[in-house]
Design a protein around this ligand. Structure first.
Ligand SMILES: [Zn+2]
Length: 55
């Protein structure tokens, strides 16, 4: 069983399915998932395709 984990903080989901509160993003052909907290913090850079200068 492969659990999804947050691309930023590494937090693992509690199941194989991506939780509804999490966000998925395709970057460089790879599917990345972000937990609810990271998604909220990075929603601007993800949706705006801005450089993640503050990471
Ligand atoms: Zn996270």
């Amino acid at each position: 069983m492969v659990r999804v984990s947050c691309a930023l903080c590494g937090q693992q989901a509690e199941s194989e399915d991506v939780p509804l509160t999490w966000m998925t993003s395709v970057e460089d052909g790879r599917k990345l998932v972000y937990c609810d907290r990271c998604a909220r913090e990075n929603v601007r850079s993800i949706e705006g395709k801005l450089d993640p200068v503050y990471w």
